[in-house]
Ligand binder design. Sequence first.
Ligand code: DQA
Length: 143
Amino acid sequence: KTVFILNGPNLNLLGQRQPEIYGRETLADIETACAEVAADLGLATRFFQSNLEGEIVEQVHAARAEAAGIVINPAAYTHTSVAILDALKAFDGPVIEVHLSNVHKREAFRHHSYVSLRADGVIAGCGSQGYLLALQRLSALLS
Ligand code: DQA
């Protein structure tokens, strides 16, 4: 089984971007760790990042045919994107939403997530480990 790991805007700058909030690891480091954990769980992964909302929508569409489950950190689109929410509603498998930071400890505008209206689980504030926890949860939901 394949799971898609989708990442939204500015996450390409991880490691350089507000490291006090998002940590020193790069997105490539997270991709490597995800691939290792997924392999142990018997899952294949497609790791994707885009700064463009429509490209994330299109990856969710591709997941309809190609993925058993989705891990998604929609980044700022979490708080704005009805389009990503609607795309996820057209996906039948399990969806886990991940945030590196604890969005609930931050500004009020980060407390609401459109994506949470579809997500089967939400992990926030566990740093990059959140992605690995999300993969474990997907594996459990898929077995
Ligand atoms: C984020 C939290 C969002 O509020 C923010 O816009 C991001 C990253 C996180 O991983 O903590 O870009 O999704």
